[in-house]
Design a protein around this ligand. Structure first.
Ligand code: C2O
Ligand code: CU
Length: 494
């Protein structure tokens, strides 16, 4: 009834002003003695994205370096000072890293916005090896959309030997003919599959050329750092195995044994692939096979040398297009992550919806009812809302509209989260500060593995589980327009 609705509206209004408590934050492991100190300054850089004789584009980058790459050994105590060289507020978030909550870089939940010229010091214990990345957590479509992302590689000395170890950052750009940016988010995109870029790149160039010894082993760390695009990654011309997802090792899976021979990867997801170079033939191509227009983004060519490893014979029996016949994948060491107690974990279920659908379910009002519309608008004064998660919309365009937490959890306890997608579009859902275990997909689509982001297809329910770490952690879609228009919530772990 109307009355019930007005009551609900008033309660929601009151909840919208709840301020985050400062008590739930993780304690800094004391003492924190940095073993590596660096600064990361956001600012402009030039990149010739349209072609060699076309106008350059003024992008955003860290330290003037497009897709800046940091490599550190596992166990590093990293002290990273973020310097905001943009003329707008920003912050720095290290995606996928388990860390004290206060360094998570999420205004207004864990810290204030870093003003132009301001700084923020992050202290990160990097104990989990793998392929991670970093980006701003404020105006993501604008800032990450202009290129403000970098890769953080935490190397594990226990890893097997690869002849080549390459980072491949995939990102599209929305460019006008003069090299400037087109609108990075359009309502038609934000409310549907997203606003796509037309110029596709890897590390800022059209194709990565990688030289590998014949018969050698290449490790490709593939990062989808695009704002919008979901990609189907596959390899042609060689045997290749999926050896890690979101940085975390899994028992190697031959790509050919996956459905359609591809791994589907949404924004913010990463994979490590082991490619065994053939002894003869080639080249080997790596591509996104999802679009009608296949995008081959990397070419691996034999560099004239022959792989020889200490204590191993060179393999001579290879055939064109095939690796050495008698060798399997180079598996990475098993991840050392807290493993949830799935049997006894407390279950929470959250539904991904179009925001108007959520209002209808909440209130029993038709979507065109003016009161239903007013409710949707009340979540996000000054920002558009198209999406909800667990029937709550937090449109980050409005920094005052912090909703109540989706759940309050206890530190150290195991939780199971079911994510049900009732929309018509896929959503890569990310939880900060944890590595969760992907337990199941209702479509039987996913192997069990650790991850920090999981793609949930339309009509699919995916279950994840994790051991809760203390702090306030956001849980959101990583299609940046979706998160900014409502598909974001947070958990409080006390
Ligand atoms: Cu990649 Cu909320 O982050
Ligand atoms: Cu989404």
């Amino acid at each position: 009834s109307r009355r019930a609705f007005l009551g609900a509206g008033a309660a929601l209004g009151a909840m919208a002003v709840v301020a985050p408590s400062r008590t739930g934050f993780a304690r800094v492991p004391a003492p924190f003695v940095p073993t590596r100190t660096l600064t990361l300054a956001s600012g402009e850089a030039e990149l010739r994205l349209l072609g060699p004789d076309k106008p350059a584009t003024a992008i955003y980058a860290y330290d003037g370096e497009p897709f800046r790459q940091i490599r550190v050994p596992r166990g590093t105590r990293l002290e990273a000072t973020y310097l905001n060289g943009l003329d707008e507020g920003s912050s720095l978030h290290f995606h996928g890293i388990r860390m004290p909550n206060e360094y998570d870089g999420v205004p207004p939940l864990t810290q204030p916005l870093v003003q132009p010229g301001g700084r923020f010091v992050h202290r990160l214990p990097l104990d989990d090896p793998g392929t991670f990345f970093f980006h701003p957590h404020c105006d993501e479509t604008g800032q990450a959309g202009r290129g403000l992302v970098g890769a953080l590689i935490v190397e594990d000395p226990r890893d097997p030997h690869f002849d080549v170890d390459e980072v491949l950052c995939l990102k599209d750009w929305r460019l006008a003919d003069d090299g400037g940016f087109l609108e990075l988010s359009e309502p038609d995109g934000a409310s549907k599959a997203g606003t796509f870029g037309g110029t596709r790149t890897v590390n800022g160039v059209p194709v990565a050329e990688i030289a590998v010894p014949a018969g050698g082993d290449a490790r490709l760390r593939i990062l989808n750092v695009d704002s919008t695009r979901i990609m189907d990654i596959g390899v042609e011309g060689a045997q290749a195995w999926l050896i890690a997802v979101d940085g975390h090792a899994l028992p190697p899976i031959l790509l050919d044994e996956l459905p359609d021979g591809i791994w589907r990867m949404g924004p913010a997801q990463r994979i490590d692939i082991h490619v065994r170079m053939p002894l003869k033939g080639g080249p080997v191509t790596v591509g996104d096979y999802r679009a009608a227009d296949i995008y081959h983004f990397a070419t691996l060519r034999a560099d004239g040398k022959r792989a020889r490893k200490p204590g191993k014979e060179p393999h001579d029996k290879g055939e064109p297009g095939k690796g050495a016949p008698d060798k399997g994948a180079l598996a990475l060491p098993r991840p050392e992550l807290p493993f949830p107690e799935i049997e006894t974990a407390e279950l929470h279920s959250f539904t991904l919806q179009q925001a108007t659908d959520a209002a209808v379910k909440n209130l029993g009002l038709p979507p065109d009812d003016p009161l239903a519309k007013a409710l949707v608008a009340s979540f996000c004064v000054g920002a558009t809302t198209y999406w909800s998660i667990g029937q709550i919309s937090w449109s980050t365009g409005n920094r005052l509209g912090l909703p109540p937490p989706l759940a309050v959890m206890q530190e150290g306890r195991s939780y199971r989260i079911e994510i049900k997608n009732e929309t018509r579009y896929p959503h890569p859902i990310h939880l900060h500060g944890h590595a969760f275990y992907v337990i199941s997909s209702s479509k039987g689509r996913l192997p069990q593995h650790f991850a920090d982001t999981v793609l949930v297809q339309p009509g699919e329910a995916v279950e994840i589980a994790f051991v809760a770490a203390p702090g306030d952690w956001v849980f959101h879609c990583h299609i940046l327009e979706h998160m900014e228009t409502g598909m974001m919530g947070w958990f409080r772990v006390i």
